[in-house]
Design a protein around this ligand. Structure first.
Ligand SMILES: Cc1cc2nc3c(=O)[nH]c(=O)nc-3n(C[C@H](O)[C@H](O)[C@H](O)COP(=O)(O)O)c2cc1C
Length: 320
């Protein structure tokens, strides 16, 4: 009669030992893999910054290229309302000790570092950070050549994260990338496709009066400077449109972009519309019956370029 009892004890103790060993192994794996997960996330983000900047081709470039090319960028923290950069003292004063480690998305969970958007929230993000992290590539003369801006907004199934790159006029879109979202593969997830992303290149963000002049139209309703939406993914396309308009607007980067444009002596009026058809004519998103004129987007040809003076640029803004 005592035999079955001892067998039960054995079974329970073996099961407990197994559980213990497994949980130790799982915890050790989680702790051990954490640094490489963080590193992979950083690599993926930097890769997408380069994609948006037109400096990385996932089809042929390597991770080593990411590290090398990312060195060209300075990391700056922008006060979104004031439109200027925070130097290290100003950063410390608002509780940001390390500009490279600063995460604006995380900052939206901190009352002191973000603001509730209330009803005025077209991108459905709830709160906007007071300080944004931007990536600036300067030319040989030390003037901004392009600026990569993090953007985020709600699609159909969740928040879409991406980067928008503007050329030195702080108006012409150079590129766009999306690196984290919950949209459906084959439908909303097509926002990641290079061919759709390419249709953004060369269009203007603002009209001559400084109003946001771009967005995503419903597929097949061409509108100058607007991007054709993705068929079957109208809701995701609308989400992207809303987020672009939000981040280019007054609550987003507009004060900063206006200030940068002013510092470099450029104006929205000095931009000159130039026909730019090559990128769009072969696009699979081109709708049947759409004319070349409807596909033509304006690009910037600057009439006056004055060397930047007194550009407020924090010095130690390199990020690994
Ligand atoms: C399973 C499933 C997944 C879907 N995923 C998306 C999506 O990721 N993005 C999107 O805009 N629409 C998605 N839709 C379609 C939307 O419900 C809606 O029909 C569509 O946005 C309308 O686009 P259209 O007007 O271009 O046809 C999905 C539908 C289903 C049934």
């Amino acid at each position: 009669m005592s035999k079955p009892k001892s067998n039960n004890m054995k079974t329970v103790s073996v099961a407990l030992t197994l559980c213990l060993v497994c949980s130790v192994l799982v915890s050790a794996a989680a702790v051990g893999l954490k640094p490489s997960q963080v590193e992979n996330a950083r690599l993926d983000r930097n890769k997408n910054i380069l994609v948006a900047a037109g400096m990385f081709d996932p089809a042929k470039d390597t991770n080593d290229d990411v590290a090398e090319r990312f060195k060209d960028f300075d990391v700056e923290i922008v006060d979104l309302k004031a439109g200027d950069y925070l130097d290290d003292d100003a950063l410390s004063a608002v509780g940001i000790d390390d500009r490279n480690a600063y995460d604006a998305s995380q900052a939206t969970k901190n009352q002191a570092l973000s603001e509730d958007l209330g009803a005025n929230d077209p991108a459905s993000i709830g709160r906007v950070p007071k300080y944004a992290k931007v990536y600036v590539k300067n030319d040989d003369a030390g003037d901004p050549e392009m600026i990569v801006l993090p953007i985020q907004g709600y699609g159909l199934w969740g928040t879409i994260y991406g980067f928008l790159t503007l050329e030195s006029d702080m108006n012409t879109i150079k590129g766009i990338s999306f690196y984290e979202h919950k949209e459906t593969p084959g439908l909303g997830a097509r926002i990641e496709e290079p061919k759709w992303r390419a249709t953004w290149s060369g269009i203007h963000s603002y009209d001559e009066n400084g109003e946001v002049a771009t967005g995503v139209t419903k597929a097949g309703n061409p509108k100058d400077n607007w991007i054709d939406g993705i068929s079957g993914a109208t809701l995701t396309s609308r989400g992207v449109s809303n987020m672009i308009q939000f981040w280019l607007g007054e609550q987003g980067y507009k004060p900063y972009l206006d200030a940068q444009r002013k510092e470099s002596g450029k104006t929205l009026e000095s931009t000159d519309a130039v026909a730019r058809q090559s990128l769009h004519q072969n696009s699979p998103y081109q709708k049947l019956g759409q004319t070349d004129a409807a596909l033509t987007h304006s690009v910037t040809k600057l009439a006056v370029i004055v060397p930047a003076a007194n550009v407020t640029t924090a010095t130690n803004g390199k990020e690994a």
